[in-house]
Write a protein that binds this ligand. Structure first.
Ligand SMILES: [Zn+2]
Length: 400
């Protein structure tokens, strides 16, 4: 926690200062009377603390309440320039980075910057040097960065700071290396969970309390908001829907098991099914790509769908039907208000969404699925880095 934000006044008031800032982070704006009522502290005390926070540039007056005559109380909100948050999405060969201000508005966003992070301490140090340089070049003073959020694919324990896709050693969590190098608060998170939070706070979410986010990319991940809270499970591994043993397809999953949902409903599944169909001699514009390059990428598959290649569309429809059947089960289990479909394969739009909706209709309990709307991600590729910024802000002020 940055000292100047919470502990500037005497120790007794530091908890109250944090509670006031956290309330603004959560609700955007508020009056002194409302803050006083909610945190159970007298109006004079809140007035004094709010005055201090204004003097220090942490919050500011943003308007007056109501329109009728008489003395109208002031409304306060976070000062956007009080500090910044950096969100970094780490992928196999590139990173994406977002910077948001104190209010959560995006100030800078850079996508798919080539950078291959390896499972070594020196590689993470190089990543930090690269980020420091990049933040400076984007025009930000690093001393104003309040926290960094990183997201990684695979299993991540955000409490201990270990990322199992980038396991370095038993005694040294990735989060500790990053914190030492960046000299600031750092939080690590699973990619699907960070994306979920980004959509929930800044994207397709609209104050729902129960939301599922499906990350349909090369693999299949999920994040869950249950009763307004991001779900973690005991060690941060909840939401591993990709490895739900639902299918009788005799396909070995990347986790080593057989019949995981991911082997029938993901980008890798689309790739496998397409390759099988091409081997059978089915016609597709991708036959030429395969002949020329020797491989077909997920991007090639998405492009072929956009070019209305019938075979590739059939494959995506099959993925949608399988995913929809699994989603029907999830809807019966969780009774969510909103399901968000995100990840790379969501770029295939209705070719994926219509079979999902049809399968949900077919397989879920009618009364339950009436409550649920299914939408695409609004932030697209930005949701991971932005989600990491929002997570680091919420965690810094004790909201998660
Ligand atoms: Zn698996």
């Amino acid at each position: 926690m940055p000292n100047n934000f919470i502990q500037n006044s005497d120790g007794k008031n530091s908890v109250l200062r944090q509670a006031i800032i956290a309330k603004f982070v959560k609700e955007g704006s508020d009056s002194i009377a409302d803050i006083s009522r909610e945190i159970g502290v007298s109006i004079p005390t809140v007035t004094k603390l709010v005055g201090e926070l204004i003097d220090e540039g942490i919050i500011e007056e943003i308007g007056k309440l109501g329109t009728s005559g008489g003395r109208r109380p002031s409304i306060y909100g976070l000062n956007p320039r009080a500090g910044y948050f950096v969100g970094v999405e780490v992928r196999a060969h590139h990173i994406s980075m977002a910077i948001t201000d104190f209010k959560g508005e995006i100030c800078d966003y850079q996508e798919d910057i080539p950078f291959a992070v390896e499972k070594t301490e020196s590689s993470f140090k190089a990543l930090c040097d690269f980020l420091k340089d990049n933040i400076g070049k984007a025009g930000f003073d690093r001393s104003k960065i309040l926290a960094y959020g990183f997201n990684f694919s695979g299993r991540v324990n955000s409490e201990t700071g270990y990322c199992f896709s980038y396991f370095i050693s038993e005694g040294r969590a990735v989060c500790d290396i990053l914190r030492d190098e960046l000299d600031a608060e750092v939080y690590v998170e699973n990619d699907s969970r960070a994306m979920t939070y980004g959509e929930y706070i800044c994207g397709a979410g609209n104050n729902e309390k129960n939301v599922l986010f499906l990350n349909v990319t090369w693999g299949l991940g999920m994040g869950m908001i249950i009763d307004g809270k991001l779900s973690y499970g005991k060690s941060g591994f909840s939401g591993e829907i990709g490895h739900f043993p639902l299918l009788n397809n005799d396909q070995i999953c990347q986790c080593g098991k057989i019949g995981c949902l991911e082997t029938g409903a993901s980008g890798s599944a689309a790739h496998r099914i397409l390759m099988e169909k091409l081997a059978e001699g089915r016609a597709s514009i991708l036959s030429e790509t395969l002949e020329k390059n020797g491989v077909i990428s997920l991007e090639d598959i998405i492009c072929a769908v956009k070019e209305e290649d019938v075979l590739t569309i059939e494959v995506i429809e099959e993925i949608g039907r399988t995913l929809g059947r699994a989603l029907a089960g999830l809807i019966n289990l969780f009774n969510p208000e909103l399901v968000i479909i995100g990840g790379k394969l969501s770029a295939t739009k209705d070719y994926l969404l219509l079979p999902i909706k049809s399968a949900v209709q077919k397989h879920s309990l009618n009364l339950v699925n009436k409550d649920t709307s299914i939408k695409f991600s609004k932030l697209g590729k930005k949701c991971g880095p932005i989600g990491s910024c929002m997570l680091s802000r919420s965690k810094l002020f004790g909201l998660l």
